[in-house]
Design a protein around this ligand. Structure first.
Ligand code: GDP
Ligand code: MG
Length: 704
């Protein structure tokens, strides 16, 4: 027999672990149609049965609050899996069964994989599996997914019970709601309102819960019935508010928990829930989420993550750099001088090297984040910061992305954008990934260092601090702006419940880290290569007739070896990029930038690292090492039109203008649409130009 089974469960219940235990290497990762939620599928065989296993997104509930919940729900309704294997954390039954109950209310065929039995046992909990199965009316298989214990029994149980769909579970929600539900259900039945897809009582329940997805579907389907149902729901809502000071949603959730807790109290767990509350996890939380200690611990953890990501990845980053440097040298000696060589070195090797150069960073960051996520600390952090971030339309979990992108200084927006994956709410996630590029990534630092050293010699630290503050304030205000305009919408309700702490396993960390890193390599690689070649061409063509072809790295604009006056600068001025730079002067002169600066900024679209070296070439200094730019600093100090005002205007511009291409590609991939990549390039650049012009004009006016 062949059948589809869906794995479902709360985040951290061991879904991925079970999925791996079931399917081994026979799995593949894709997306659910139309959304960026990851879809993992695999195959597994037991006796004569073959299972197609789908890993649903982890959710706490089946409301339509988050993309994950909608995806999970739609999959069950549309694909009708033969069985939902609901992974339940046995050490945390009460909370986990909330989801189970919702599957049962949908009338889905469910069996419980009662996971983490080892943890439950360690905590001195005894679960009567037989009784639980009887009371819930579902097959229950105790397991330890981590060791694969219970795997065969689970597959046998699935094969035995798959097929027919049970009647939807009917819970009592108290007199008021029950009466209304009956009335609504009758009308839904007689009008055949959405009943081809959903059970009638469930539709009624969703109207009471104000479920956006079902409300929309209902309105489109039969607006008369829809209107009637909304009116009835509203009347009930008013009545509950007046009599009990509560809403249907709250009441429904309460009753579901009540239902679960009454089942558990009937001898399923030999442990009262009150004793459970004193479990070690709660004791740790007393310290970790303490009003004063909590934030301090959090700062320590963030600094630790930051150190870990950027310090320890330095060694492998150098390996990559050395390797690509070596490769460039090899090509340099093997190829004859000419366009082909220039293309291979500047277009291809630099492009691919640029992508792969980020790999160690991403790997280390995801390793660190996976650790915080798997251990349960990430949830605490989000919990503590949620109130602050919420004011700006973001989410507590946004903080990670900001820090990684350079919130403290010297991060990178590429892993930062990818770090937004831990955010479950789509709007907050989008607002976060569009604003993290304002942070001070490691590639912007040399630009600041150069300008600060040249023009703010006596106030270096203060100016650097001001730069950091401006980028944070800017990011938060822009987030607020986006969330009140184009990404408008109510804040996603935050699940306040905190999963118990757990020591992550090496295998779990390795899998989580590798999956994410590999996706980056595969997706970013192809696009970046193309863009890098285009940029190379822009800075190379049209060529000066009198000049021999530049052999050197055109993207970094080293001076060719020919002994003429300013050959690099002359060739650059002649190229498309140079002409663009000059054309742009019409606008940028109001911000104080000349055409040389513009070319450097154009190069910065590719990678911010290029800004300093291109400035050097454009100001005819020959090779400029971004690490050691004192000579360029001297040169700028005496150059026409340069002064502290121009310098700060350029700093402002650098903070806000378009993310580099690798970051843009990541934004596109993570947001699921080119639209947002284009938006962030256009919007950020426009914002930067405006801020610089306003600053430059105001400052010169005050000084005059
Ligand atoms: P998911 O979020 O539901 O996909 O959960 P994961 O599969 O990533 O598991 C979360 C953590 O729980 C990982 O560190 C796992 O190694 C661990 N874990 C999973 N199953 C078990 C189990 O049966 N016993 C124990 N002790 N740990 C487990
Ligand atoms: Mg997982």
């Amino acid at each position: 027999m062949e059948m589809t089974i869906a794995l479902a469960g709360n985040p951290n219940s061991g879904k991925t672990t079970l999925f791996n235990a079931l399917t081994g290497a026979r799995q593949h990762v894709g997306n659910y149609p139309g959304v960026t939620v990851e879809k993992k599928e695999g195959r597994c065989v037991s006796g004569t049965d073959e299972f197609h296993v789908v890993d649903l997104p982890g959710t706490y509930s089946l409301s339509a609050y988050s993309l994950e919940e909608v995806v999970a729900r739609d999959f069950i309704v549309n694909e009708k899996p033969a069985m939902i294997v609901n992974i339940v954390d046995g050490s945390n039954l009460e909370r986990n069964l909330y989801l189970t109950l919702q599957f049962m209310e949908m009338g889905a065929r469910v069996c419980i994989a009662l996971n983490m039995m080892d943890v439950a046992q360690k905590r001195g909990m005894k679960i009567d599996v037989e009784k639980l199965s009887q009371r819930m009316g579902l097959p229950v298989v105790p397991m330890v997914a981590r060791t694969g214990k219970g795997r065969e029994q689970l597959l046998e149980t699935v094969a035995d019970h798959a097929g027919s769909r049970p009647a939807p579970l009917k819970i009592s929600y108290g007199r008021d709601i029950d009466d209304t539900l009956d009335e609504m259900e009758a009308r839904i039945r007689s009008d055949e309102f959405l009943t081809d897809r959903y059970p009638s009582r469930w539709v009624a329940l969703k109207y009471l819960e104000n479920d956006v997805q079902i409300l929309e579907a209902g309105k489109a389907h039969l607006s008369e019935t829809h209107d009637w149902l909304t009116t009835v729901a509203l009347t009930l809502s008013r009545h509950l508010e007046a009599t009990l000071d509560t809403h249907p949603e709250g009441m429904i959730a309460d009753q579901r928990y009540g239902f679960i807790s009454s089942i558990l109290k009937q001898g399923v767990i030999s442990h009262t829930l009150d004793q459970n509350r004193l479990a070690w996890s709660d004791k740790i939380d007393k310290i970790v989420t303490h009003r004063f200690l909590g934030p301090m611990i959090m700062i320590g953890v963030l600094m630790g993550l930051y150190q870990f990501t950027f310090t320890y990845s330095e060694v492998p980053v150098n390996w990559f750099e050395n390797f690509f440097g070596w490769l460039g040298d090899r090509v340099d000696t093997l190829f004859a001088d000419g366009l082909l060589k220039s293309l291979v070195i500047s277009g291809i090797i630099d492009g691919v090297g640029g992508v792969l150069g980020f790999v160690p960073l991403i790997l280390f960051m995801f390793l660190g984040i996976s650790f915080l996520e798997d251990s349960g600390y990430l949830a605490r952090m989000a919990f503590m910061l949620d109130r602050v971030f919420r004011m700006f339309g973001l989410h507590g979990a946004s903080v990670m992305a900001f820090i990684v992108s350079g919130g403290i200084a010297g991060g990178c927006a590429v892993p930062g954008v990818m770090a937004t994956r831990t955010l479950k709410s789509p709007r907050e996630r989008l607002a976060t990934l569009l604003t993290v590029p304002f942070m001070n990534c490691g590639a912007k630092l040399p630009v600041y260092a150069l300008l600060v050293a040249a023009f703010f010699t006596d106030h270096r630290a203060q100016v650097m601090l001001i730069i950091t503050l401006i980028s944070w304030v800017g990011a938060l205000l822009v987030a607020k702006l986006l969330r009140s305009t184009i990404i408008k919408g109510p804040a996603t309700p935050f699940v306040m419940e905190l999963p118990p702490y757990r020591l992550p396993t090496f295998k779990g960390l390795a899998i989580h880290t590798w999956e994410r890193t590999w996706q980056y390599i595969r997706k970013a690689g192809t696009v970046i290569l193309g863009i890098s070649i285009v940029l190379w061409a822009m800075m190379t063509f049209p060529q000066l007739d009198t000049q021999p072809v530049s052999n050197e790295n055109a993207a970094e604009m080293h001076t060719p070896a020919v002994e003429t006056m300013d050959p690099g600068a002359a060739a650059l001025r002649h190229s498309i990029a140079g002409r663009m730079g000059m054309a742009m002067e019409n606008v940028t002169r109001y911000a104080g930038f000349d055409w040389q600066t513009n070319i450097a900024l154009l190069g910065g679209f590719a990678a911010k690292e290029v800004v300093v070296s291109t400035l050097g070439t454009a100001y005819s200094l020959g090779e400029v090492d971004p690490e050691d730019s004192t000579s360029l600093a001297q040169r700028l100090k005496t150059a026409d039109g340069w002064g502290p005002i121009t310098a700060f205007s350029l700093i402002l511009f650098t903070i806000f203008y378009s993310p580099c291409f690798v970051a843009v590609v990541c934004i596109v991939k993570e947001s699921g649409s080119w639209k947002w990549g284009v938006f962030s390039m256009a919007f950020n650049t426009l914002l930067a130009v405006s801020l610089s012009i306003v600053f430059y004009q105001t400052a010169t006016w005050i000084m005059s």
